[in-house]
Design a protein around this ligand. Structure first.
Ligand code: 5AD
Ligand code: FES
Length: 345
């Protein structure tokens, strides 16, 4: 039964809610699911892996998400802001290594005004790379201003489609507002990335199925998802979880349903399994987002514990990831890796 469902999804890229739930529940079919997702990835995205260099430029955040180490109530975290010149410097070095895409990520930090961000974006665009922003919830006008400065893509995870769970884990935030952000970004012509956390306390498999269907419904260009990893310095520190396999399954299902979306093998996956990103690349993913931040900042961007590469340099990560990708018989793309819609929904 499950194997039939996987075959169907591999061919038609459609599954209904009950079918997704039954596949999430059945752990006897995991290997077949990962193989099918890998095949679909090969058919639509080819053997190239896109690298996006990520600059974590500020760990200051005005929000208080219960799961996140950057939450404002976390007083154990030493905070930092990287100044624009230094951000540009990191981006330049990354472009020299060969990155074709730069991601600017931070907590929700109002220090970086529209003017400051526009300048950074304009300067980075001169390097002929794609620019992706991951700065959280902003107004339509702000998103518009970043776009006008040249930003190409925006990442904002929905985290969970379960409205009451979302609003209880993200105090003071509203899911409607999150949806408004996604809608605005899309109407402004961004390539839009979203995603979820897998294994949040109180999250049901039913709601994970809804997350997957939501990504398909909005035809997300990028879907980044990963396991929830409890952080000692947050209220969710005592949650006991083992989410690696489940997040891999969710990712594989996302690939089956969105065959031509860009899907990263996320850092959180590798933090739970030392070969996590390569396993993900062989189970549907086609993107990796190596950290190109330098020095102490890497350790200080402590969203969750056990984050990989905190003692490495951007150069080490570049060499490491290129080697790993070659070792699984894939190649690193020299293109921007924009989303190309091949499969009509
Ligand atoms: N474990 C794993 N991922 C997390 N994120 C936040 N907190 C955690 C955690 N404890 C993810 C969220 C956010 C992204 C930047 O990091 O999904 O969108
Ligand atoms: Fe950073 Fe491997 S990717 S050391």
């Amino acid at each position: 039964m499950s194997i039939e469902l996987i075959k169907k999804a591999e061919k038609n890229h459609v599954l209904n809610r009950e079918e997704i739930i039954s596949l999430l529940k059945d752990d006897s079919i995991d290997a077949a699911l990962f193989r099918a997702a890998n095949k679909v990835r090969g058919k639509y995205m080819g053997e190239e892996v896109h690298l996006r260099g990520i600059i974590e430029f500020s760990n200051i955040c005005k929000r208080d998400c219960l799961y996140c180490g950057l939450r404002k109530s976390n007083e154990n975290l030493e905070r930092y802001r990287i100044m624009p010149e230094e951000i540009l410097d990191l981006a330049k070095k990354a472009a020299e290594y060969g990155y074709k895409s730069i991601v600017l990520q931070s907590g929700e930090d109002s220090y970086y005004t529209v003017d400051i961000l526009q300048n950074i974006i304009r300067e980075i665009k001169k390097l002929n790379v794609a620019v992706t922003l991951s700065l959280g919830e902003k107004t339509f006008e702000e998103y518009k201003a970043y776009k006008e400065a040249g930003a190409d893509r925006y990442l904002i995870r929905i985290e969970t489609t379960d409205k009451s769970l979302y609003e209880s884990l993200d105090p003071g935030m509203s899911q409607d507002e999150r949806m408004r952000c996604l809608k605005d970004l899309s109407s402004l012509g961004y390539e839009v990335g979203t995603g979820n956390l897998v294994g949040l306390p109180g999250q049901s498999l039913e709601s994970i199925a809804d997350d997957i269907l939501f990504f398909k419904e909005i035809d997300a260009d990028m879907i980044g998802l990963g396991p929830f990893i409890p952080n000692e310095d947050t209220p969710l520190k005592d949650v006991k979880v083992e989410n690696f396999q489940m997040s891999l399954k969710v990712m594989a299902l996302v690939r089956l349903l969105l065959p031509d979306a860009n899907i990263p093998a996320t850092t959180a996956m590798e933090s739970l399994n030392k070969n996590g990103r390569m396993i993900a690349l062989s189970s549907g993913a086609n993107v990796v987002m190596p950290n190109i931040t330098e020095g102490e900042y890497r350790r200080m961007y402590a969203i969750y514990p056990g984050k990989i590469c905190i003692n490495d340099t951007p150069n080490q990560c570049w060499n490491c990831i290129n080697g790993k990708i070659a070792s699984i018989g894939r190649t690193v793309s020299k293109e921007l890796g924009s989303r190309e819609k091949i499969f009509a929904l």
